[in-house]
Design a protein around this ligand. Structure first.
Ligand code: ADP
Ligand code: ZN
Length: 740
């Protein structure tokens, strides 16, 4: 009506710009908005003289800005329904202040990629594939994958999205459609909200005693609670998630399941599809922008009931969210490594708190922070000690590398055990976290080490490509034939990588069928899945790979796991290295063996008496965490204190050193005002020069989060004084995963 017509609304906008505050704008004249649905919508705005995107975080009919500038009108409101619901708006506002990251950039990071563009987003049609009844299938008689795809579609019509999540490629879909075996319709025309009346749950297992106890504890609690299901792979954690989700779906609620990137395999998703007949969507990095947007919208409109996704799925708009699951809670891929560096696990707990709903984590190797939260009764632990089936625990063995015959990193002892298992028809799995052939290439005459031109890092020799590669900046160099310093032509590869071990194993076991699994041999998710299938089909019997193999996958025929080099993790400057090593060892042991075959884990080390190893082997992961917590407490390390890191880099060494010294002097002075804040000496980063830029850090440690936060506020308010803006880039990271 007339009154509302010309009244402007005042909007606080999180504008995509590196500034730590929101900005006030007003709605355009002559357009009526009801204030209810503006919050969480995107707006196109002029900021300075450029156009950019802002997210409306609050609205008011009164102006709050009292400065002398004018309040601009937004150019356009880009969304009809909010991209972020009020919980997401609160979560992101909290995250901006907790992580001390500019609020507009935080919201921008959380936007689905398609909504980062400066326009309205439209949904593409959703192809729904149905089988054509009575079609002649003789044309795919010998194409196994086509047959199984058709089988799935015959059971019930599938979207392209679902088929892809089940591992069926567009090529297969196109082929079936080309052969007139399947036909597509646009599902968009008919989608409705999912309804609990249609819900069917199939394949529910009868829980064992421990599972039942855990399930009861979680179901009996109401409102916000954090639970940690602590149980090895195969102990039935996922079964509990599924049953908890079933209860929520029956109440008409939606569920969010967070998984580490590597875990989102077709097998994981298939278990959810097999259990529930409701629409399930995914969000992960190998989806394109419109696929992600589709998943996002389906949750937002309550058309899908379950979202399974990696860390960014956390920011989805899920109106009826009833439960949050965080699988493999300890996994470091929950931490965003650049830009807005948040920890998805910790943010998920905050979201659960804001929405007053349960958060259920699962892991076989809880992170030290989580163990500490359990001790402080912030999280409730539920332990599953038994593996489903009758699989027994793996037997751990340390191989003392001292005084042993070692060939290409493999001790004679390990080789003998490998031989035994192969002879029994079993598979063996060897882990080495170094891809390539050799870590270094050294001149045998003068000792010259081939280094990257851009980084302070030696170059890795990759034999398959016959090139030297920098693992820090991806630069490639053709293989040199002589030393640039002395001209000598004998160049020695030192420090073995997966390529070299692979080659060596082929020589040691000429009749074996080895396969290498690392970033070089696996180009995409598709290849990894095929490789994993081939491994489980026993096409290979020696698997050599990087950490890629330690996570998420289960290899029932593997009876021996060898960790080729653990010494590099035992002696590291990062205080979290031992935790990561213990998790790796326990995780990898849990990935192998099933039924009545005994599994063995062999750890090669020159320090067999290292306390981390002795504790882990005699008392298990729990004894390790107790020890680790004691040490962290004595040394005043997180989680007993809080860390932040100031990271600075520049192409000019002088500029970054000047900046870091000035910042350090300032920080030392300011830290006097805080009893518990300690500022460490500046140090160069682990790789001091990376991509032609010099990196320096200052570590800040405080007894409490409040002190840390107040102190960081002061730094941020003053940092520009020290920065020659043209040359130095800096960022502050809260709760960094590493102290270097
Ligand atoms: P986790 O998530 O801890 O690795 P899962 O839930 O995947 O464990 O369980 C491992 C296997 O055991 C799965 O095949 C699952 O279907 C089965 N399983 C789990 N719980 C039960 C149960 N109570 N009864 C029978 N089978 C079960
Ligand atoms: Zn480099």
């Amino acid at each position: 009506d007339f009154l509302t017509f010309n009244i402007a609304m005042y909007l606080q906008l999180a504008v995509n710009t590196p500034i730590y505050q929101t900005f006030e704008y007003k709605t355009p004249q002559n357009i009526v908005f009801s204030d209810k649905n503006l919050c969480g919508c995107r707006a196109l705005v002029k900021f300075g003289n450029r156009k950019t995107i802002g997210v409306i975080v609050s609205t008011s009919d009164k102006q709050s800005y009292s400065g002398r500038g004018i309040i601009r009108e937004v150019e356009e409101i880009l969304d009809d329904t909010p991209v972020f619901d009020m919980y997401a708006v609160r979560l992101l506002s909290w995250a901006s202040s907790y992580y001390h990251y500019p609020v507009g950039e935080v919201f921008y990071t959380a936007l689905p990629p398609l909504l980062k563009k400066q326009n309205k987003a439209e949904l593409k049609p959703i192809d729904l594939w149905s089988a054509i009844p009575g079609a002649d299938i003789s044309s795919i008689k010998r194409a196994k994958t086509c047959q199984s795809a058709l089988e799935i579609i015959r059971k019930s019509p599938c979207t392209t999205h679902k088929l892809k999540e089940l591992g069926i490629s567009s090529a297969i879909i196109n082929k079936l459609s080309g052969l007139n075996l399947i036909v597509k319709t646009n599902l968009r025309d008919q989608v409705k909200e999912w309804s609990r009346e249609q819900l069917e749950v199939t394949g529910t297992k009868i829980l064992n005693g421990e599972q039942q106890a855990a399930y009861n504890t979680i179901s009996d609690a109401s409102g916000f609670n954090v639970f940690v299901i602590n149980g090895v792979t195969g102990s039935g954690k996922t079964e509990i998630y599924l049953q908890l989700i079933a209860d929520k779906l029956a109440d008409g609620k939606q569920a969010l399941v967070l998984v580490p990137e590597i875990n989102l395999t077709p097998q994981t998703v298939k278990r959810f599809y097999d259990r529930f007949n409701v629409p399930i969507v995914c969000i992960h990095s190998s989806m394109n922008d419109s696929e992600r947007f589709e998943s996002f919208v389906m949750m937002q409109r309550n058309e899908a009931a379950i979202l399974i996704g990696t860390r960014s799925a956390l920011f989805a708009n899920i109106p009826n969210l009833g439960i949050i699951i965080i699988d493999e809670e300890h996994d470091s891929s929950y931490r965003q490594g650049d830009g807005f560096r948040y920890h998805a696990r910790d943010c998920a707990v905050m979201l659960g708190y804001l929405r007053n709903i349960p958060v259920v984590m699962g892991t076989a190797t809880p992170s030290i922070e989580t163990v500490n939260n359990i001790r402080k009764n912030k999280y409730r632990e539920l332990i599953l000690t038994r593996r489903a089936g009758n699989a027994s625990d793996a037997i751990f063995n340390i191989i003392d590398m001292r005084k042993q015959f070692i060939d290409h990193g493999i001790s004679r002892e390990l080789a003998l055990h490998i031989n035994e298992e192969l002879a029994k028809g079993n598979q063996v799995l060897l882990l080495l976290n170094r891809r390539g052939y050799s870590q270094k290439l050294i001149c045998h005459n003068c000792g010259y080490v081939f280094m990257c031109n851009n980084c302070d890092s030696s170059l890795t020799y990759h034999r398959t490509e016959n090139q030297l590669l920098c693992h820090h900046c991806e630069a490639r160099y053709s293989l040199p034939h002589q030393c640039p310093k002395c001209g000598f032509t004998e160049l020695t590869p030192t420090g073995n990588g997966t390529e070299q071990i692979f080659e060596h194993l082929m020589q040691l076991f000429p009749n074996a069928r080895p396969v290498r699994v690392d970033r070089d041999s696996v180009s995409g998710k598709g290849t990894l899945n095929t490789l994993l299938d081939d491994i489980n089909d026993n096409r290979y019997n020696i698997i050599i790979g990087t950490q890629m193999l330690a996570k998420g996958h289960h290899f029932p025929n593997v009876t021996l796991v060898g960790i080729v080099d653990i010494d590099s993790c035992l002696f590291s400057n990062n205080y979290r290295a031992h935790e990561l090593l213990a998790q790796l060892i326990v995780q990898v042991a849990g990935r192998s063996g099933r039924g009545n075959k005994q599994g063995y884990v062999y750890l090669q080390t020159h320090s067999p008496d290292h306390p981390v190893l002795t504790t882990l082997l005699s008392g298990g992961y729990q004894a390790f965490t107790e020890n680790c917590l004691n040490i962290r407490r004595q040394l005043m390390l997180p989680p007993f204190t809080s860390n932040a890191i100031l990271k600075a880099d520049s192409s000019s060494r002088e500029k970054v050193i000047t900046f870091i010294s000035d910042a350090y002097a300032f920080m030392i002075r300011e830290s006097q005002k805080f009893k518990s804040v300690k500022v460490m000496h500046p140090s160069s980063a682990y790789i001091a020069r990376k991509q032609k830029r010099y990196h320096f850090n200052i570590l800040i440690n405080a007894a409490g989060k409040k002190d840390l936060s107040d102190f960081v506020d002061i730094i941020i308010a003053n940092i520009d004084k020290f920065r020659d803006k043209s040359g130095v880039h800096s960022v502050i990271e809260i709760d960094p995963l590493s102290n270097e």
